[in-house]
Design a protein. Structure first.
Lengths: 307, 363, 317
């Protein structure tokens, strides 16, 4: 088990390396540079040369890459071209906001999705079931910014309950968190329901009933334990999805998180920020994928206890 | 003294989109205390559904026990309220299921799965239950029971798992155990061990057994009486010895004839029963076996025969066939000789061959 | 005495199998048609298709030309606000262009963006996945490593990076940015399909009918096209059904962020992007394209779910 984990962790490194390489290549291949943002007043050539020298952009491309990667190992992510600040500062400021948003959304999603999925499976074809199926469909289908539009129209402009944009007070946090949680909740509810339905159909449920156990004991003691395994394994990727997917919500609601910064840096071709954030996101995704197998190993005795 | 179990005119049906499936269509039988009854039939004949009905384990939609009574120990199971039925399950009646891999919960230890019933019905506390669990595992011949009691089902082999299921069924000393194809999912060599175990346990604890299987070989050595089921009804019932020596219903003949035998010549073809089981939603109007029966006559497709005693056979031997009833055309048939059983024909050929070479006929 | 064929004949004689039997695909189609939500979805999609094709005939005004005396930010007629203009049923945007016409023409973008890249993704992905799965070896290994890397990128952000990097290039300006979007979606998407196909092929490869085909001398190409592909088709169809809305959503999000379709060509995402700064003053300019996106997405989801239920009998919930 430990050996497997270590092997997977080591595999992460070449994966991240290639991610960096591809991102770097794309950023470099893109025409235009961060310096010509103002087409009416292009900077003078010597200014450009000076900037290029400062940022090391005048060196050959592969040298730039090597230089960049060695710095990364020293945890130096360079200086943002657009903001003129160390990238680590920018990330350090934005990431906690995104993390807070993501964690809030995750808890909300779990709190809603798990009970909903379980009840919906137990009360198939009733109002609750159809309601939760509808919720799951809508939540996973309608894109978050579209949801956000509807929400803002009803709650912010219409009922005037929440401010439209911004971050800081609890009221500001409600809409972004709810909308971000929506997609995850819908997805998790769907999986929980499917998993419960699958588990309840198994033979061992019949065996449990044949022993005279009350239905409640059967569901909680036998079915839930099995049904929650697939759900638990999916929480890791869901969390990663929330963190890496918050950029739309952040852009929409002007939340000062790393996602919004990421979008800005891509649009402005601010390489240092693009590289650093991409690596950060890729790291989360790879860890989340690894967590799936690990959680499975921890929860399912068939995998945990080797023969 | 009344029997331990008296099932009278049981009807269990499943209500599906395509129609009502009459899975158990009027079944009546009895099991005395300590007795082993075999229920034999093809897949889909209703034998498993009968067993599940006895414990009211039929899933309520889409299934329903629509008629009949099940008197267990003097009480009608079908009239009990839910709590009482649960009190019986695992306690007075227990069930052993066909596939031990899927019938055991993979994420719970077998200690937990066996102790559950003990704690629930016998009100044992955890340590008592654990002790008893280990005793039970030893009883079913699981080696190193003390060490293995906290293992998970997947850590056992198929035969071991079935033993665990048997231990689970025995745990509260039930008066009746329903064994639904207990050896079908196992290797042939393990089958023998498990059947032996069941036989010994039946004898030692005087537990009544209902052994459900499609395998006639299994019931031959294990049961005192046999019910042959077809299309949801019992079509022949007799003591075990009587059934094998003197089967009277064409379906039973078909079953016996279709067993491949080791002493058969390799050129002999397998003899299946032609045709397919009837559609249980829209069964044929007369005898349900009539479409596949080689001995049928007109009356067979018109009306369904009752289960009646066969004239000339032992007292408890009954069959559901027009041909075997009073004055019927099959009453005196010796199925082996008459029907052109290939093996018997071989035997006869050999008998007569040896007569002509060394002896004069008639001497 | 009796053989298998005799039994069959007898069964036929006896008419024991009373109920009709359908072919696999016929059965699936039948079940799909019984799914009301899926049928509704199909109708909506077909309508959207028609609207897209007939756009020039249906739209009352030009979607991109700014009128002479623009009446900008008009509300839809049924709101009853004082900012309405009887000429414009659903109002106008900030430049005075008719929203109805823009919505109609925007459907073209969505339909094209949905189906074209999906076709490319599947053509490429299935071919590569099948080859990798069938032949194995180094090709398979390379493909697996490659997909691992692509998977490490969050889907949409990869799309964003590609599009943002090249949108200022000449290539990025083809078809008002549509070509770049197609290519980007294709690059991001084909990997998943390849992986799925490969998985299917690996599972099917070991089945007896492949061995049988091989023993008769079928060439690899024949095995792949006539044997493996039809059997692997079901999950691929379902994936395709969900890939289309995913592509549409990708374009909408890109346009919303300002890096998608190049204005003044309308797309629903683009309309949201343009209308958003004036949301509180002119909400319907944003709400209407949002509704369009929602309806189309929901329709595809219903169809996709319906296909999944119809093609996989085991997954009845």
């Amino acid at each position: 088990m430990l050996k497997y984990t270590i092997r997977r962790l080591l595999l992460m490194i070449p994966t991240l390396f290639f991610v960096a390489l591809i991102t770097f290549a794309l950023a470099k291949a893109a025409p235009g540079s961060p310096f010509d943002r103002n087409p009416d007043k292009p900077p003078r050539q010597e200014t450009i040369d000076r900037w290029n020298r400062f940022y090391g952009l005048d060196k050959p491309v592969h040298e730039q890459f090597i230089l960049y990667m060695t710095n990364v190992l020293k945890l130096d992510f360079g200086i943002s071209v657009v903001r003129q600040r160390p990238v680590s500062d920018i990330i350090g400021q934005g990431f906690p906001v995104t993390a807070q948003l993501g964690i809030q959304a995750l808890f909300l999603a779990l709190a809603v999705a798990l009970p909903l999925g379980v009840i919906s499976a137990l009360r198939q074809n009733t109002l609750v079931d159809y309601g939760s199926l509808f919720f799951a469909t809508v939540g996973t289908t309608i894109p978050s910014f579209v949801m956000a539009i509807f929400f803002i129209y009803i709650f912010a402009l219409g009922l005037k309950l929440f401010p439209v944009t911004g971050w800081g007070t609890p009221q500001h946090m409600v809409m972004p968190t709810v909308i971000l949680a929506l997609g995850a909740a819908a997805f998790l509810a769907r999986i929980t329901r499917a998993s419960m339905l699958e588990a309840i159909r198994q033979d061992y449920v019949r065996t449990a009933r044949s022993k005279g156990l009350r239905e409640q004991v059967v569901i909680v003691g036998h079915v839930l334990k099995n049904a929650m395994i697939p759900v638990a394994t999916v929480v890791g990727p869901a969390a990663a999805g929330l963190i890496t997917g918050s950029f739309i919500i952040e852009t929409f609601f002007s939340v000062p998180g790393i996602g919004r910064e990421y979008v800005r840096s891509i649009l402005a071709l601010d390489y240092p920020v693009i590289m650093a954030t991409t690596l950060l996101y890729a790291f989360f995704i790879v860890v989340a994928n690894l967590s799936v197998d690990l959680v499975y190993g921890m929860l399912d005795p068939r995998i945990k206890v080797a023969k | 003294m009344a029997d331990l179990l008296e099932v009278t005119d049981l009807h269990t049906q499943f209500f599906t989109r395509d129609g009502v499936v009459r899975a158990v269509d009027g079944v009546t039988f009895q099991v005395a205390a300590g007795e082993t009854l075999g229920i034999v039939g093809e897949s889909g004949c209703g034998k498993s559904v009968t067993a599940l009905s006895l414990m009211r384990l039929i899933p309520q939609p889409p299934g329903k026990i629509v008629k009949g009574s099940i008197m267990f120990d003097g009480q009608d199971v079908l009239k009990m309220d839910d709590d009482d039925v649960r009190g019986i399950r695992g306690n007075n009646i227990a069930m052993i299921f066909q596939d031990p891999m899927t019938s055991l919960n993979p994420v719970l230890t077998i200690s937990r799965q066996i102790s559950e019933a003990l704690e629930l019905h016998l009100k044992m506390d955890k340590s008592e239950a654990r002790k008893r669990t280990i005793e039970l595992l030893e009883l079913v011949n699981i080696p190193s029971a003390k060490k293995r009691v906290d293992d998970y089902p997947h850590q056992f082999s198929g035969g071991m798992r079935q033993r665990v299921m048997i231990a689970m069924a025995l745990s509260c000393n039930p008066k009746l155990i329903l064994a639904d194809e207990p050896t079908t999912a196992l290797d042939v060599t393990i089958q023998a061990q498990i059947l032996d175990l069941l036989k010994n346990l039946a004898r030692e604890f005087r537990t009544a057994f209902i052994l459900i299987t499609h395998d006639l070989g299994v019931v031959a050595g294990m049961t005192q009486r046999i019910n042959v089921m077809y299309a949801g009804r019992i079509v022949e019932k007799a003591d075990t010895g009587e059934l094998f020596a003197n089967p009277k219903m064409p379906y039973t003949w078909g079953l016996l004839r279709s067993i491949p035998r080791l002493d058969e010549s390799r050129k002999a073809k397998l003899v299946p029963i032609e045709g397919l089981p009837p559609d249980l939603i829209a069964p044929p109007p007369g005898c349900k076996f009539e479409p596949r029966c080689q001995y049928r006559r007109d009356v067979c497709s018109e009306k369904e025969p009752e289960l009646k005693h066969i004239p000339g056979a032992k007292a408890d031997h009954e069959a559901r066939c027009w041909g075997t009833q009073e004055g019927g055309w099959l009453v005196d048939t010796d199925w082996r000789r008459e029907i052109g059983d290939t093996r018997v024909i071989e035997e006869i050929k050999q008998e007569t061959a040896s007569v002509t070479t060394t002896e004069k006929p008639g001497e | 005495m009796a053989t298998a064929s005799t039994t069959q004949e007898r069964a036929a004689e006896l008419n024991v199998l009373a109920r009709k039997q359908r072919s696999l695909w016929g059965d699936a189609l039948y079940r799909l048609m019984r799914n009301k939500a899926a049928v509704a979805g199909l109708i909506v999609i077909a309508s959207a298709f028609l609207i897209a094709i007939l756009a020039p005939f249906l739209a009352p005004y030009s979607p991109i030309q700014i009128p002479q005396n623009p009446a900008s930010q008009m509300e839809p007629l049924w709101t009853g606000s004082k900012y309405t203009d009887p000429r414009y049923l659903l109002g106008t945007d900030f430049l005075g262009r008719d929203i109805v016409s823009r919505l109609i023409f925007a459907s073209r973008v969505s339909m094209v963006v949905g189906f074209v890249p999906t076709a490319i993704v599947f053509g490429l992905g299935v071919t590569v996945g099948m080859t990798a799965g069938f032949f194995g070896g180094w090709l398979d290994q390379v493909l697996m490593r490659f997909t691992d890397i692509i998977y490490a990128f969050p889907d949409f952000l990869f799309l964003l990076i590609i599009v943002a990097s090249f949108r200022n290039s000449p290539f990025g300006k083809v078809l008002d940015g549509l070509m770049l979007i197609f290519v980007a979606i294709a690059i991001v998407g084909w990997v998943g399909v390849a992986r799925l196909t490969r998985g299917q092929v690996l599972a099917l490869k070991e089945r007896e009918f492949v061995e049988a085909a091989r023993s008769v001398g079928a060439t690899p190409r024949r095995i792949m096209t006539k044997h493996l592909l039809p059997n692997a088709l079901a999950p691929l169809i379902v994936t395709a059904a969900f890939a289309v809305p995913s592509a549409i959503l990708g374009e909408a999000t890109l346009s919303f962020l300002g890096v998608g379709i190049i204005p003044p060509t309308p797309s629903w995402g683009q309309m949201i992007n343009e209308g958003f700064p004036l949301f509180s003053a002119n909400p319907w300019a944003v709400l209407l394209p949002a509704i369009c996106i929602s309806v189309v997405m929901l329709s595809f989801t219903f169809v996709g779910d319906g296909l999944r239920d119809a093609l996989d009998p085991r997954m009845k919930t």
